[in-house]
Design a protein around this ligand. Structure first.
Ligand code: DC
Length: 205
């Protein structure tokens, strides 16, 4: 089964996708990290629309063969990756890679356009949502910083990610919208596992 998890910045997509993939024994594919790697490539003077990016078990990311997973968490790449993701050439390059990775495999793939563009026929699509203030609080708990600044950065990314021409962030018509405001990680995971079970039962019929 292919599971698509989309949603805005800091909604908990990576946390949910990783734990869901672990529980189910599926491959975890963090596409946000792939856009971050493209942004890092650009910073290094490499062409982001051509650069070699690989996703390994556990969602580790290789850029031109170098494991850059930890470097991708750098907050400077939040903004840069959102900017690089507006470029249609970069999107085409990464979408092709993402489809190739998912071909014939069980995957949990998270991002912004997985259910709409990358895997429109995914068996389960979840759109993870939380109010911007809640997302800012979660980011702050992880990384620290100033609440108003973090909130403004989240709003700026939401705006850019959802108004860009190419593959804007929006729920697929057949996505299940999961509002996680006020829910713990464990509660969100339990809800997602229930959706997987329901989907499996339907597919088996
Ligand atoms: O999920 P993230 O915050 O690590 O993603 C970084 C940026 O990459 C995000 O602001 C928008 C872009 N992105 C995208 O356009 N499409 C995806 N499938 C995943 C991420």
């Amino acid at each position: 089964m292919r599971i698509a998890i989309d949603g805005p910045a800091a909604a908990g997509k990576t946390t949910l996708a990783r734990s869901l993939a672990e529980k189910l024994g599926y491959l975890f594919v963090p596409t946000g990290a792939m856009y971050r790697a493209a942004a890092l490539a650009k910073e290094r003077g490499l062409p982001p629309e051509k650069v070699h990016i690989e996703v390994q078990e556990g969602g580790r990311i290789l850029l031109e063969g170098e494991d850059v997973t930890e470097l991708l968490e750098n907050p400077a790449l939040d903004e840069l990756s959102s900017q690089v993701a507006v470029d249609g050439r970069v999107r085409r390059h990464l979408v092709a890679l993402q489809r190739q990775i998912a071909r014939g495999r069980d995957v949990v793939m998270e991002g912004r356009d997985i259910g709409t563009v990358v895997l429109p026929d995914a068996e389960l699509k979840i759109f993870l949502w939380a109010e911007p203030e809640e997302r800012a609080r979660r980011r702050l708990a992880e990384r620290g910083g100033d609440f108003q600044e973090v909130l403004a950065a989240i709003r700026r990314r939401d705006e850019r990610d959802s108004t860009r021409k190419d593959s804007p962030l929006r729920p697929a018509p057949d996505a299940v919208i999961l509002d996680t405001t006020g829910l713990s990680r464990e509660q969100v995971l339990a809800l997602a596992l229930k959706l997987v079970e329901e989907r499996r039962a339907k597919l088996a019929r």
